[in-house]
Design a binder for this molecule. Sequence first.
Ligand SMILES: [Zn+2]
Length: 172
Amino acid sequence: MASLFGHGILAFTISKVIDKQDLKILMILAIVSSIIPDADVLAFSFGIPYEHMFGHRGFTHSIVFALLWSTLLTFIFSKTKRLVFFSVLFLATVSHGILDAMTSGGKGVGFLIPFSDDRYFFHFRGIKVSPIGIEKFFSEWGKQVLISEFKYIVIPCFLVLFLVFLRNKYRK
Ligand SMILES: [Zn+2]
């Protein structure tokens, strides 16, 4: 994974870009959706290996999972703004795997599960992979993660958020 912080800020940005009404609930659901794929680290404690379909970076990081998850949340939480909810939540969920595929370590992302077990990385892998577990995060490794995420996630997101800010300001 990238860090939870990196995933969260990208999801926050996605919700700000698409949801012009700025619904708090949607923003929170987007952040949760960007983190939920890593619930699959539990697979390790059940003895499911990394490369298994339900292993880490497997099914919960796939496009099919993002479709199912965002459809479910949309129907639970929205009656009138379903297209906006679905778009934000789908992109927030799928953005998790996209960031993971740009990290420097671990195994690739199973975007196409259940149709293919192949794991993918992008050509660009500048984001340092984040340690699993909180103790390891407060280390030199954790620092390197934050620096790389600042460059490749935080700064681009802030630029986009600034454009959103201008859009909102001049729309009124
Ligand atoms: Zn992940």
